[in-house]
Write a protein that binds this ligand. Structure first.
Ligand code: 4NP
Length: 162
Protein backbone atom coordinates (compact mmCIF):
# COMPACT_ATOMS: atom_id res chain seq x y z
CA UNK A 1 0.00 0.00 0.00
CA UNK A 2 1.34 3.49 -0.80
CA UNK A 3 1.58 5.94 2.10
CA UNK A 4 -1.52 8.07 2.54
CA UNK A 5 -1.02 11.79 2.06
CA UNK A 6 -2.54 14.42 4.34
CA UNK A 7 -5.06 15.57 1.71
CA UNK A 8 -6.68 12.14 1.43
CA UNK A 9 -9.85 11.37 3.39
CA UNK A 10 -9.31 9.58 6.70
CA UNK A 11 -9.76 5.82 6.43
CA UNK A 12 -11.82 3.95 9.03
CA UNK A 13 -12.18 0.17 9.45
CA UNK A 14 -14.97 -1.19 11.67
CA UNK A 15 -14.34 -4.61 13.16
CA UNK A 16 -16.51 -7.26 14.83
CA UNK A 17 -16.17 -11.04 15.04
CA UNK A 18 -17.96 -12.39 11.95
CA UNK A 19 -18.33 -9.25 9.75
CA UNK A 20 -21.92 -10.25 9.03
CA UNK A 21 -23.91 -8.50 11.80
CA UNK A 22 -22.46 -5.57 13.77
CA UNK A 23 -19.61 -4.22 11.64
CA UNK A 24 -21.59 -4.17 8.35
CA UNK A 25 -24.30 -2.21 10.19
CA UNK A 26 -21.63 0.09 11.65
CA UNK A 27 -20.21 0.54 8.15
CA UNK A 28 -23.67 1.44 6.79
CA UNK A 29 -24.36 3.82 9.70
CA UNK A 30 -20.99 5.55 9.32
CA UNK A 31 -21.48 5.92 5.55
CA UNK A 32 -24.88 7.53 6.21
CA UNK A 33 -23.62 9.81 9.01
CA UNK A 34 -20.54 10.87 6.99
CA UNK A 35 -22.72 11.69 3.96
CA UNK A 36 -25.13 13.68 6.14
CA UNK A 37 -22.20 15.54 7.71
CA UNK A 38 -20.55 16.19 4.33
CA UNK A 39 -17.37 14.47 5.54
CA UNK A 40 -15.31 12.45 3.03
CA UNK A 41 -14.14 9.18 4.58
CA UNK A 42 -12.86 5.85 3.31
CA UNK A 43 -14.92 3.26 5.18
CA UNK A 44 -14.75 -0.53 5.32
CA UNK A 45 -15.55 -3.34 7.76
CA UNK A 46 -14.00 -6.70 8.61
CA UNK A 47 -14.13 -9.54 11.11
CA UNK A 48 -11.42 -10.91 13.38
CA UNK A 49 -12.80 -14.41 12.62
CA UNK A 50 -12.73 -16.02 9.20
CA UNK A 51 -15.92 -18.15 9.26
CA UNK A 52 -18.00 -15.85 7.06
CA UNK A 53 -15.46 -14.63 4.51
CA UNK A 54 -17.18 -13.93 1.18
CA UNK A 55 -20.68 -14.11 2.67
CA UNK A 56 -23.30 -11.35 2.57
CA UNK A 57 -24.53 -9.85 5.86
CA UNK A 58 -26.90 -11.84 8.08
CA UNK A 59 -30.51 -11.45 6.79
CA UNK A 60 -31.53 -9.88 10.12
CA UNK A 61 -28.83 -7.20 9.75
CA UNK A 62 -29.86 -6.63 6.16
CA UNK A 63 -33.51 -6.21 7.22
CA UNK A 64 -32.67 -3.64 9.91
CA UNK A 65 -30.71 -1.56 7.38
CA UNK A 66 -33.37 -1.95 4.66
CA UNK A 67 -35.99 -0.65 7.10
CA UNK A 68 -33.94 2.60 7.04
CA UNK A 69 -33.69 2.53 3.23
CA UNK A 70 -30.12 1.21 3.18
CA UNK A 71 -29.28 -1.94 1.19
CA UNK A 72 -26.22 -3.72 2.57
CA UNK A 73 -26.88 -6.88 0.53
CA UNK A 74 -23.82 -6.19 -1.62
CA UNK A 75 -21.39 -6.20 1.30
CA UNK A 76 -19.19 -9.30 1.66
CA UNK A 77 -17.46 -10.61 4.75
CA UNK A 78 -13.69 -10.38 5.00
CA UNK A 79 -11.14 -11.03 7.71
CA UNK A 80 -8.84 -8.37 9.18
CA UNK A 81 -5.33 -8.54 7.68
CA UNK A 82 -2.05 -7.13 8.95
CA UNK A 83 -1.98 -4.78 5.92
CA UNK A 84 -5.10 -3.08 7.34
CA UNK A 85 -2.98 -1.58 10.13
CA UNK A 86 -1.03 0.40 7.50
CA UNK A 87 -4.00 1.23 5.28
CA UNK A 88 -6.44 2.59 7.89
CA UNK A 89 -6.06 5.62 10.17
CA UNK A 90 -8.63 4.29 12.64
CA UNK A 91 -9.52 0.67 13.35
CA UNK A 92 -12.60 0.61 15.54
CA UNK A 93 -13.70 -2.53 17.39
CA UNK A 94 -17.31 -3.21 18.27
CA UNK A 95 -16.45 -4.96 21.54
CA UNK A 96 -13.57 -5.76 23.90
CA UNK A 97 -12.92 -9.27 22.57
CA UNK A 98 -12.31 -7.89 19.11
CA UNK A 99 -10.26 -4.96 20.43
CA UNK A 100 -8.01 -7.50 22.21
CA UNK A 101 -7.69 -9.54 19.00
CA UNK A 102 -6.76 -6.38 17.08
CA UNK A 103 -4.12 -5.41 19.66
CA UNK A 104 -2.61 -8.90 19.34
CA UNK A 105 -2.44 -8.58 15.53
CA UNK A 106 -1.26 -4.95 15.41
CA UNK A 107 2.33 -4.62 14.09
CA UNK A 108 4.83 -2.35 15.89
CA UNK A 109 4.61 1.24 14.71
CA UNK A 110 1.30 0.76 12.87
CA UNK A 111 -0.40 3.88 11.51
CA UNK A 112 -3.86 2.83 12.71
CA UNK A 113 -5.20 4.06 16.03
CA UNK A 114 -7.32 1.43 17.79
CA UNK A 115 -10.47 2.21 19.75
CA UNK A 116 -13.83 0.84 20.82
CA UNK A 117 -16.80 2.26 18.85
CA UNK A 118 -18.75 3.46 21.89
CA UNK A 119 -15.62 5.18 23.29
CA UNK A 120 -16.60 7.91 20.82
CA UNK A 121 -19.98 8.45 22.50
CA UNK A 122 -19.80 10.74 25.55
CA UNK A 123 -21.06 8.84 28.60
CA UNK A 124 -20.76 5.41 26.92
CA UNK A 125 -16.97 5.02 26.95
CA UNK A 126 -15.89 1.41 27.46
CA UNK A 127 -19.28 -0.08 26.53
CA UNK A 128 -19.42 -2.91 23.96
CA UNK A 129 -21.91 -3.22 21.12
CA UNK A 130 -23.46 -6.54 22.17
CA UNK A 131 -23.30 -9.48 19.75
CA UNK A 132 -26.86 -10.02 18.38
CA UNK A 133 -26.01 -13.18 16.38
CA UNK A 134 -27.43 -15.78 18.78
CA UNK A 135 -30.51 -13.75 19.79
CA UNK A 136 -33.74 -12.65 18.10
CA UNK A 137 -34.36 -9.90 15.55
CA UNK A 138 -34.99 -7.30 18.29
CA UNK A 139 -31.29 -7.46 19.17
CA UNK A 140 -30.51 -6.04 15.75
CA UNK A 141 -32.63 -2.95 16.53
CA UNK A 142 -30.40 -2.37 19.57
CA UNK A 143 -27.34 -2.92 17.37
CA UNK A 144 -28.59 -0.33 14.88
CA UNK A 145 -29.21 2.22 17.65
CA UNK A 146 -25.73 1.57 19.10
CA UNK A 147 -23.86 1.76 15.81
CA UNK A 148 -25.73 4.92 14.80
CA UNK A 149 -24.73 6.60 18.07
CA UNK A 150 -21.18 5.30 17.61
CA UNK A 151 -21.00 6.56 14.02
CA UNK A 152 -22.13 10.04 15.04
CA UNK A 153 -19.58 10.06 17.87
CA UNK A 154 -16.83 8.87 15.55
CA UNK A 155 -17.62 11.73 13.14
CA UNK A 156 -17.27 14.15 16.06
CA UNK A 157 -13.92 12.56 17.00
CA UNK A 158 -12.68 12.83 13.40
CA UNK A 159 -13.82 16.45 13.13
CA UNK A 160 -12.05 17.23 16.40
CA UNK A 161 -8.88 15.65 15.06
CA UNK A 162 -9.09 17.99 12.00
P1 4NP B 1 -20.84 -10.27 14.24
O1 4NP B 1 -21.77 -11.47 14.74
O2 4NP B 1 -19.50 -10.43 14.92
O3 4NP B 1 -21.57 -9.05 14.75
O4 4NP B 1 -20.79 -10.37 12.75
C1 4NP B 1 -21.37 -12.81 14.68
C2 4NP B 1 -21.47 -13.51 13.49
C3 4NP B 1 -21.12 -14.83 13.42
C4 4NP B 1 -20.66 -15.46 14.56
C5 4NP B 1 -20.55 -14.78 15.76
C6 4NP B 1 -20.90 -13.44 15.81
N1 4NP B 1 -20.32 -16.84 14.52
O5 4NP B 1 -20.02 -17.41 15.58
O6 4NP B 1 -20.34 -17.43 13.42
Amino acid sequence: MPARSADRPAAVLLVCLGNICRSPLAEAALRAEAAAAGLALEIDSAGTGGWHVGEPPDPRARAVALARGIDIGGYRGRQVARADFARFDHIVALDHENLRALRALCPEGARARLSLLLDHVPGREGEPVADPYFGGPEGFETTWADVTAGAAGLIATLRGAG
